[in-house]
Design a protein around this ligand. Sequence first.
Ligand SMILES: Cc1ncc(COP(=O)(O)O)c(C=O)c1O
Length: 447
Amino acid sequence: MNTSDLNRRQFLAAASVGSLAAATSPAFANAGGKAGKLALLGGQPVRTKPFQGWPIWNKNTDEERILAVLRSGVWSRSKIVEEFEKKYAELMGVKRCIGTTNGTGALLTALHCLDVGIGDEVLVTPYTFVASIQVIFLVGALPIMIDPDPDTFQINPDKMEEKISRHTKAILPVHILGLPANMDKINAIAQKHNLVVVEDACQAWMAEWKGKKCGTLGDLGCFSFQNSKNLPCGEGGAIVGNDDKLMDQCKAYHDFGRGHGSVGQVEGTGFRILGNKCRMAEYQAAILLAQMERLEEQTQIRNENAQYLSSRLKNIPGIVPHKLYDGVTRAAYHLYPFRYEKEHFGNVPRSKFLAALKAEGIPCSSGYDRVNKDAFFENALRSKNFRKVYSKQRLDRCRELNQCPDGDRLCDEAVWFFHNLLLGPKSDMDDIANAIRKIYDNRSKLV
Ligand SMILES: Cc1ncc(COP(=O)(O)O)c(C=O)c1O
């Protein structure tokens, strides 16, 4: 099924048929209970149908846009990028948007333009994609790891203040997995300690905190449109913000330092400030404009399915669905996470649980590993530049604070479903829940 062909009404119809089918279909008969032999051990899988694929490309509605760009010969930043920026800013409910080559470029630009650099410390979660941490090193600052909250998977604001020092300059909250971080607490801490906030919303398109979009709640917000993302164009990114002067700085920086708006023009070549280059291309914007047409409807379907899936999973011992903070009015669900507590599954290791679930026809993943313990972290601290500009004491503090037991626990216990699994009818969620229940019922056979 293609969600581009599945309007909301059809989804709801399919959803209700799905729950009825779940009670009567052969798949269900085979799904739960001790009678169903695990597929990993040679039984029939709960599901043989593929889930919705990703990304979605609708030949009829999407191709003309991109072909027009290709035929025009104008492939570098021009009117289509401007159209995307205008529409994305409107969608986010924010004054300005700048399209970038990718999310990493957006984060680097935002940190640089907020004057985060050598000598500074930035608070960030270890439970994230590596780019959230690497961009901090790349601007010359030190990442200070804040343990995530194991219930929500998000950076834990209650563990922030103990790690703040006179060097702390910024908080980089990541709305990881597309679930919003606690922005009320984070912004209150930022205000109290005079810190800037760069939201890594690279997985959080359309997610909301108290009705406002993630990415618009701090000083600047950054997005990624990489291939796997809910709003994809292969590679792409954006910075959003309400402060014209700051956005002019970002626009200049992302374009070799060319004067833009309040940054002003100069005589000669026009390069006013030190800059980088991470401009979005026209064909990236054309793909995004097509994808954006479906984003609202898809986000709604993901949220409804996620809620239903949690209601089914919460009754299975050892399966702990993620929680959302009270302030969350909507999540993006780039990923759907839960924790697997093996003690309830007769100590069947997570790797075996995942293998059993995949064998039942449910694609799943163990998620992030300890990114903060990857070699790049220590290599950055030992690099010539960092040893030149930081004392041994400062570098050792960064190492010592890099202990995050709750983050380690999430790395050991998490199970993820990719967002495309949430795009089908409700009966797809029944298949997922039935497969997990079947594994639970047969757990003694897996040890
Ligand atoms: C949380 C997070 N931050 C940053 C990035 C970097 O974005 P990009 O891959 O577009 O450079 C990603 C992308 O995967 C991400 O998931």
